[in-house]
Write a protein that binds this ligand. Structure first.
Ligand code: AMP
Ligand code: ZN
Length: 465
């Protein structure tokens, strides 16, 4: 079976056929850097990472662009409240975002464009829309997109054109479906913007949020590309407006497949900054959970199903990973060097079921069920002494391939504390001086800290005792 995704545009499953054979190009709406991300945002990033990794598993080269929204209504509002320049204010949250994605073992995208580095591209795009007559200048110097001039407006969010009020305008970046109206492409400077403004053919001002993603996606991926993603809250108005601006400007289809993840919920409500019902990744790491456990929790539910966040589900993630680790440690102990062995039948079946599940719109539940079936069968075979060293090596390879897609099966090596490294260096010096008594004493000191030294041909190696 071929790879299929649920496309929000058609509301149905569609086979994935990229525009360029062998190359998947995707744009993922990134963080608005006015705050530390909450784990609802992390759910979107983990889903996008799973998508990226699965495309690679299927043999595609992936070009992924994830933008950083570092100028919009919220970043301006909060930087002014903090009494900081927009650039200094957003820099701290850009850093926090990169720290978070590292902790979640999210692979780096090829491009992370920041909106403030692409103002000329946005101005160019708005100029084209104005020349084509789909954008107009308002009295205050702002520029609006005229939805009446774009008959396809509403095709993603399935808006009812009858209810649209031609000529009504909305200046805010975020608005509800009830307020469908001409939206701002360029916002003329006003007092609330402080010193945030750029020169443009329409006077000083700044871009609207939606035009940012149109300009940055098309700069790096071209006018037409394969996949555009975000959380379901992005469908309207953000993605609807992106489609309108991009397709009206280029006359070409924008993205082919639109994939949206459902929200991470808390007590039945969307986790959101504005509701105050959120946890950051830091909050959770401080409670003793690992980035790996959070990643597992976020990816183990199908991306289109709502996921209710609880600490007991994090405990379940921990238990599931412990089961994985126990099995992979047993396998490592039993595996031969050569990976020439063939997979036992049960592992071959699991491999096929895993792939069929993931090909079906990233059906992670089917994939994880196959993985845990494999663990159950594998443990039984190991208990019965029925797994040859070659077979164990082949199953180990299978787990490594699965982990390239999931990014959660390999236990990260524990970082050696600086204190232990310092003792290790002193021990090396003692050995170089042939002071064996001192070397042994330092080994004991290291052991007292819970670490074990093994001397190998390549030098000493420390592991957890
Ligand atoms: P923002 O920083 O608000 O622009 O959001 C960054 C990404 O997180 C977007 O793709 C949003 O759709 C997504 N997002 C926001 N809240 C949630 C949530 N509670 N669950 C899942 N995704 C979310
Ligand atoms: Zn966006």
């Amino acid at each position: 079976m071929s790879l299929r995704f649920h496309n929000t545009l058609s509301r149905g499953l569609e086979e994935f056929v990229p525009l360029e054979p062998g190359h998947a190009r995707m744009y993922t709406c990134g963080p608005t850097v006015y705050n530390v991300a909450h784990i609802g945002n992390c759910r979107a990033y983990v889903f996008e990472d799973l998508l990226r990794r699965w495309l690679q598993f299927k043999g595609y080269r992936v070009t992924q662009v994830m933008n950083l929204t570092d100028v919009d209504d919220k970043t301006i509002r909060d930087s002014r409240a903090a009494g900081m320049s927009l650039l200094d204010f957003t820099a701290q949250f850009k850093q926090a975002f990169f720290d978070d994605i590292r902790a979640l073992n999210i692979e780096a995208a090829e491009y992370y464009p920041a909106a403030t580095d692409h103002i000329p591209e946005m101005i160019e795009l708005i100029k084209v829309l104005e020349e084509k007559g789909v954008a107009y200048r308002a009295a205050d110097g702002s520029v609006y997109f005229s939805i009446a001039k774009w008959p396809e407006y509403g095709k993603l969010a399935r808006l009812n054109r009858e209810g649209m009020r031609p000529g009504a305008r909305v200046a805010a970046d975020e608005y509800e479906k009830e307020n469908v109206a001409d939206f701002a492409l360029w916002k003329a400077w006003d007092e609330q913007d402080g010193d945030v403004a750029w020169d443009s053919p329409w006077g000083r001002g700044r871009p609207g949020w939606h035009i940012e993603c149109s300009a940055m996606s098309m700069k790096y991926l071209g006018p037409s590309f394969d996949i555009h993603t975000g959380g379901v809250d992005n469908i309207f108005p953000h993605h609807e407006d992106e489609i309108a601006q991009s397709e009206a400007a280029t006359g070409q289809p924008f993205a082919t497949y639109w994939l949206h993840c459902a929200h991470l919920m808390v007590d039945g409500q969307k986790m959101a900054k504005s509701r105050g019902n959120f946890f950051t990744l830091r909050d959770i790491l401080e409670r003793g959970y690992t980035g790996r456990e959070v990643r597992y929790e976020l990816l183990a539910t199908h991306y289109r199903s709502a996921l209710n966040f609880t600490f007991s589900s994090l405990d379940a993630a921990r238990a599931a990973l412990r089961r994985v680790d126990e099995f992979t440690e047993r396998l490592a102990g039993a595996a031969g060097d050569a990976a020439a062995g063939v997979l036992p039948a049960w592992a071959g079946e699991a491999a096929a079921a895993f792939e069929a599940g993931m090909d079906d719109d990233l059906n992670i539940s089917a994939a994880l069920a196959a993985l845990f079936d494999c663990i159950r069968e594998g443990n039984a075979a190991l208990d019965g002494g029925q797994l040859t060293a070659e077979e164990a090596a082949a199953v180990r390879d299978l787990f490594a391939r699965w982990d390239a897609a999931l990014g959660v099966l390999t236990k990260p090596a524990e970082e050696v504390p600086a204190e232990v490294n310092a003792l290790l260096e002193r021990r090396q010096a003692a050995r170089a001086a042939k002071d064996w008594a001192q070397s042994d004493a330092l080994r004991d000191e290291i052991a007292a800290l819970g670490w074990m030294v093994k001397d190998t041909a390549k030098g000493p190696v420390v592991t957890r005792a």
